[in-house]
Design a protein around this ligand. Structure first.
Ligand code: HEM
Length: 380
């Protein structure tokens, strides 16, 4: 399934990450929006309803919701199949869910929709399904499982993986520009899935809606950072190579399909808010104002990992998220950065910790560095 809208907004590689674990922030934002709307309407009604009417085709070479420009709201769910579910039951479940998806994404109520009046705002709704190992086994197709699904993903050293937030036999990603649309679709899908499966975990997230921010610039996350610069853009060769399983890929049933990893990451906004601007920029390796690398240029300028300042310190610190996350190339191979990916704060011996800005290092005392439970305490 899938057809992509031609709007100029990109899929977030970490769209899976950028809006998650932010429940409290979401409530705060909702309150502020309600007040602003009541006192001074700022959104043109015609364009708001036009967005509400927009649909994304769910038929095509690929599933919708992967190369589709990112919608503002999403709920991910991992479902466990009930023990008695066999191949025939699975077929029935997928037929029911497919029918729901076809109807809801086109702004029509599902069969026996508990709230049909909520279906008429599709708001670019997409529903994307992913199969886990358990589903393939229930279908008698365990030998068709791709090696990476059977092997599982190794955890990072900093991970605190918990079974209640991990795994699942069927993943559903439900995304739309309107949270009510998402919530209604989730309810319909779960109602039909309930005889066959139960929810193991669910995670909602959000991003700025398309009609409140310019679509020409990369969006910001709740830490204020321009986030998504390096994401492969749908329609490019890079995207096709990174995202789709190729026409000669294995297993053959997955050709044109993809894989998904969902990471649930705590964003400690309290600690982040207490850091000065330079420390925040060095934690990531980019300027807060426009997302440009600390070595200059604009958001899309390549970083210069060799550049050092007047004191001989790397301009993009070894502890910066950008340097740690960057793919190893001949250009970055000489850097002392560890090969693990983390979000900053990782300490490398004899190097300035991310929380200490060039201005204060090495005179800043250890106690003046913000620390957070679970993160190694840096020494300054
Ligand atoms: C709270 C968690 C995170 C935040 C706030 C965050 C934020 C950012 C920001 C602002 C950038 C620079 C702009 C961009 O290219 O998008 C970036 C880049 C990147 N991040 Fe993260 N990130 C987080 C977690 C992760 C995780 C867990 C991974 C990998 C598993 C990751 C992988 C990357 C990669 C590969 C880049 C591109 C680096 C480059 O080539 O410049 N990030 N991240």
């Amino acid at each position: 399934m899938a057809a992509e809208s031609d709007q100029n907004r990109g899929l977030s590689r970490r769209g899976l990450l950028s809006g998650i674990a932010l429940g409290a922030g979401g409530l705060a934002v909702g309150g502020v929006t309600g007040y602003a709307a009541a006192s001074e309407p700022s959104i043109d009604e015609a364009s708001a309803t036009a967005l509400g009417r927009e649909t994304v085709d769910c038929f095509g070479t690929h599933q919708a919701g992967i190369a589709t420009p990112r919608q503002a709201h999403v709920t991910f769910m991992g479902l466990d199949l009930r023990r008695e579910v066999n191949r025939e039951a699975l077929v029935r479940m997928m037929q029911l869910l497919t029918d729901d998806i076809v109807r809801l994404t086109q702004g029509r109520p599902a069969l026996a929709d508990p709230q049909p009046e909520l279906a008429d705002v599709p708001a670019r709704l997409t529903v994307t399904a992913g199969f886990g190992e358990g589903l393939l086994t229930a279908a008698g197709l365990e030998t068709k499982s791709p090696y990476w699904l059977t092997a599982g993903l190794p955890g990072f050293k900093v991970d605190e993986l918990q079974p209640r937030w991990s795994d699942g036999d069927l993943m559903l990603q439900v995304a739309a520009e309107d949270p009510v649309t998402v919530s209604h679709a989730v309810r319909v899908l779960l109602t039909d899935a309930r005889p066959f499966a139960k929810v193991r975990w669910a995670q909602s997230g959000f991003h700025r809606p398309a009609n409140t921010a310019p679509t020409s610039t990369t969006g910001r996350n709740l830490m204020g950072q321009v986030d998504g610069t390096i994401n492969p853009q749908p329609g490019t060769e890079d995207f096709d190579q990174v995202v789709w399983i190729p026409a000669d890929g294995e297993p053959t049933w997955l050709q044109g399909g993809s894989s998904v990893v969902i990471r649930r990451i705590e964003m400690d906004l309290q600690v982040w808010g207490g850091m000065d601007e330079m420390a925040k920029e060095e934690a990531i390796g980019r300027r807060l104002s426009d997302g440009a690398p600390l070595t200059g240029g604009d958001e899309f300028t390549a970083p210069d990992f060799e550049a050092v300042d007047a004191n001989g310190f790397e301009v993009i610190p070894a502890t910066s998220h950008m340097r740690l996350a960057t793919r190893r190339t001949p250009q970055t191979a000489s850097s002392a950065a560890p090969t693990t990916t983390t979000t900053g704060w990782m300490r490398t011996e004899n190097r300035r910790p991310a929380c200490c800005s060039r201005r204060t290092w090495p005179t800043r005392t250890r106690s003046s560095c913000p620390s957070s439970s679970g993160l190694p305490t840096p020494t300054c």
